[in-house]
Design a protein around this ligand. Structure first.
Ligand SMILES: Cc1cc2nc3c(=O)[nH]c(=O)nc-3n(C[C@H](O)[C@H](O)[C@H](O)COP(=O)(O)OP(=O)(O)OC[C@H]3O[C@@H](n4cnc5c(N)ncnc54)[C@H](O)[C@@H]3O)c2cc1C
Ligand code: FES
Length: 383
């Protein structure tokens, strides 16, 4: 049985480098990196995983070790073309190797942050990042047998979980089914084979949509289907399922599992693009229309620092209204999860329903998440 503490590791590794050998460093080892705290990460190395996916490995500029749970993400921010851009990236490394932290990023055609990271990030370059957040972690749903299902860059949280389970010597019964476009697109292929060879209860299956142009592929071809699942993982109904991948993939996985009689209460998913998912992973604030109130009210939002103003209807979130008016507010996940849009409401009131991206003590101080807050009066924001 896995307990939460077994995954929340902040002890130093046995082989410490020189700058980690002073007692003051050990005293700092338990320092938590809060999701609202921005720290400076120094790139140590980058690794090409596939033609369009690269891992970026960082250490903390302060020398502090990192503490997080496998499956959590950080929010990185960078000035790109004169604008601050923030994006969430899952930590692909395990918390069991706490002196470095990796993110594994797929280039999104036309995407700002992913291309900036691929083009600019190299050893010595500093990246600003907010601390770990997210609830997609096996610590929240411990189970004796797990099924990890991922597609594309959705492999990252499951890779962190697999690496952590291995490092902790848990010898967990994990079946990891990863789907890729072609054999050349399989991320972490060699490492997963190595882990598989070393851990007798870990089984890894790669499913490729097509052959691509590489050498012949002997593994399963096509998309993950009920037939394939029954063939490869006959006991899938007994497993706690963790899924991450594009929206279309996750919707079809959910359907396959339901068809196959898997208990939906034992299904957990993480979306990298919340706007695309057919079903929200958790509640966002209900609009007044949903709760039977009038949507006719329109309010004014004033940004105290920049002096900008825009109007907002009772049915819109502050972030959505700002976007509509062409006003850029800090944001990333848009679902009350990452904390990037946290802002002090100086005057007026909002109704917020978040997904864990803000703490009660921050709410008590007047902070709110703009992506999941609706105005109930005129507002003045500390922006
Ligand atoms: C919790 C979480 C964890 C994540 N983990 C990972 C991870 O481990 N690895 C990973 O690779 N990604 C991950 N992501 C996704 C990541 O945050 C980014 O969304 C992704 O890298 C794309 O960001 P970008 O800035 O490159 O693209 P964006 O600039 O956000 O663009 C996204 C798309 O929109 C299009 N677009 C942009 N601007 C416009 C415009 N003005 N008009 C029309 N189209 C436009 C782009 O062409 C592109 O197709 C994660 C996301 C979340 C929420
Ligand atoms: S943008 Fe992530 S919490 Fe609002």
């Amino acid at each position: 049985m896995i307990v939460r503490d077994a995954f929340c590791v902040s002890q130093p590794p046995s082989e410490a480098t020189d700058r980690f050998t002073t007692s003051s460093t050990w005293e700092r080892a338990d320092a938590q990196w809060e999701s609202h705290e921005r720290r400076r990460l120094v790139c140590c190395r980058t690794v090409a995983e596939t033609h369009d996916v690269r891992t970026f490995v960082f250490s903390a500029e302060s020398g502090q070790p990192f503490s997080f749970e496998p499956g959590q993400f950080i929010t990185v921010s960078a000035d790109i073309d004169g604008e601050t851009v923030s994006r969430c990236y899952t930590i692909s490394s395990p918390p069991t190797r706490p002196y470095t932290l990796s993110i594994t990023v797929k280039r999104t055609p036309g995407g700002r942050m992913s291309n900036w990271l691929h083009d600019h990030m190299k050893p010595g370059v500093v990246l600003l990042a907010y601390g770990p957040a997210g609830i997609f972690t096996p610590a929240s749903a411990p189970a004796a047998k797990a099924l990890y299902l991922s597609a594309g860059s959705g492999v990252t949280p499951l890779m962190s979980m697999t690496r952590a389970a291995f490092d902790l010597g848990l010898n967990r019964d994990i079946v990891f089914v990863h789907s890729a476009r072609s054999p050349a697109d399989i991320i972490f292929r060699d490492e997963l084979s190595g882990l598989c060879a070393a851990a007798d209860k870990l089984k890894v299956i790669h499913v490729c949509e097509g052959q691509g142009t590489g050498p012949d592929w002997n593994g399963p071809l096509g998309r993950l289907s009920l037939e394939l699942l029954q063939q490869q993982v006959p006991d899938f109904r007994d497993r706690e399922v963790f899924t991450c991948g594009p929206a279309g993939y996750m919707n079809s996985v959910k359907e396959v599992l339901l068809q196959g009689g898997h208990d939906p209460a034992r299904y957990h998913q993480e979306s990298f693009n919340f706007a695309e998912t057919a079903e929200p992973i958790a509640d966002v604030p209900p609009s007044p229309a949903e709760i039977g109130e009038s949507t006719a009210s329109t309010y004014t939002v004033r940004l105290a620092k920049s002096g900008k103003t825009f109007s907002i209807t009772a049915s819109e979130t502050v972030l959505a209204a700002a976007r509509k008016a062409g006003v850029a507010l800090p944001s990333s996940c848009s679902q009350g999860l990452c904390g990037t849009c946290k802002t002090a409401v100086l005057e007026g009131s909002v109704e917020m329903r978040h997904n864990g991206g803000i703490r009660q003590r921050e709410i008590d101080k007047g902070l709110r998440l703009m992506c999941c807050s609706r105005a109930t009066s005129d507002l003045v924001l500390d922006l």
